[in-house]
Design a protein around this ligand. Structure first.
Ligand code: FAD
Ligand code: FES
Ligand code: MG
Length: 321
């Protein structure tokens, strides 16, 4: 996915330009070695965005498009907050930018907003960096008069962030870590199961890595509790034109960028989603290696990993339809 110039050092200075028509980074906070928050001046996006939507940014003119959920917004200040996990070339490059740096493009709001209604008691479960997109949804659900139970989960304490912000919008907050360094030592599905078993849960939101959402949806399905998930499929244009973000939901092909990103978790083909998320791993690794060593990506094409055949949607994608 990464372009040659993006992976090397050439062209990176462009991302640090300070042209007035660019989107300025007003502040940056590192939450861990890999996770950081940036507040970006983008008044038009801030004026129009709603919980559940996302933006696509480009660091410089030849850069990749990076889709990121709107984690918070301030309409008066005209700012958007993003929380990013640095996983590859583009997000690692973004991590190097801070206050005063600017982005070439910042498009949004994209996708369908969350449908916020008063339904009763709602569980909002955020795993890893998924805590950031859960926050505006939990806040909107609370403002709509729901009882909100938040579960925030991470591998260990150092990866937890926004506990205070989530507590402010929750009637109850449960913290879990895989290693027990903070909160309960368990996976997010354990308290989720207990709460569903106790009854009275009207809706669940689960946002995080694909595997976390898959098992949250499996957990709630047994109790018949409606569960919404927010999908992070690979995106290119973000406007429904390229088909890159296809997923299978209830046997139908959907485009995450325009039909989603939220879908009924009981109907999502998570295995297909996760296999498609991995389809450019070789190219991404070559790009990151080159970026980290300040070299350029080799000219010869890196062969694609075969995508496991799963559904008609998958076959259409591998056939390039
Ligand atoms: P790469 O090394 O290029 O890729 C690493 C992995 O990231 C890939 O294996 C693939 O699974 C995924 N990825 C790569 N390119 C894309 C792409 N163009 N679109 C989507 N996924 C990609 N991440 C966050 O940290 N915070 C967020 O709030 C967030 N919100 C998202 C909202 C949406 C709607 C989507 C689709 C994705 C979101 N992501 C979020 C994921 C983020 O876009 C990717 O991690 C990022 O694009 C990876 O780029 P990279 O070059 O650093 O990594
Ligand atoms: Fe191209 Fe969704 S990203 S159709
Ligand atoms: Mg990339």
């Amino acid at each position: 996915m990464a372009s040659k110039s993006e992976a090397g050092t050439e062209g990176f200075d462009e991302g640090n330009g300070k042209k007035e028509d660019m989107y300025q980074i007003l502040s940056k906070v590192d939450y861990s070695d890999d996770v950081f928050m940036q507040v970006i001046e983008a008044p038009a996006v801030a004026a129009a965005c709603q919980a559940g939507q996302f933006i696509i940014l480009m660091i410089h003119e030849e850069g990749e498009r990076i889709p990121l959920t709107i984690a918070d917004f301030d309409r008066e200040a005209g700012t958007i907050t993003i929380v990013v996990q640095a996983v590859g070339t583009s997000t690692r490059h973004l991590q190097t930018l801070g206050k005063g740096d600017s982005l070439t493009s910042f498009i949004g709001p994209l996708g369908q907003p969350s449908e916020i209604e008063k339904v009763g008691t709602v569980i909002c479960a955020g795993g890893g960096v998924g805590v950031a997109p859960i926050y505006p949804i939990a806040r909107a659900l609370k403002e709509a008069g729901n009882e909100v139970i938040c579960i925030m989960a991470a591998r260990n304490e150092s990866l937890l962030f926004w506990e205070d912000k989530l507590r402010e919008v929750s009637d109850e907050l449960i913290v879990t870590t895989d290693d027990g360094s903070r909160g309960r030592k368990c996976l997010v599905t354990e308290p989720l199961k207990e709460l569903c078993e106790a009854g009275g849960i009207d809706l669940v939101y689960a946002i995080g890595p694909g595997v976390m959402m898959k098992f949250c949806a499996k957990t709630t399905e047994a109790y018949g509790v409606k569960t919404l998930v927010s999908l992070n499929s690979i995106m290119v244009d973000g406007t429904g034109m390229c088909g890159g973000c296809r997923v299978s939901v209830g046997g139908e092909t959907k485009f995450v960028c325009v039909d989603g990103p939220e879908f009924d978790g009981h109907k999502v083909d998570f295995d297909l989603l996760m296999s498609r998320q991995r389809q450019y791993l070789k190219q991404e690794k070559a790009s990151l290696d080159a970026y980290l060593s300040h070299a350029t990506v080799p000219d010869e094409p890196v062969p694609d990993e075969p995508v496991p055949d799963a559904t008609a949607c998958n076959r259409a994608v591998t056939a390039g339809v």
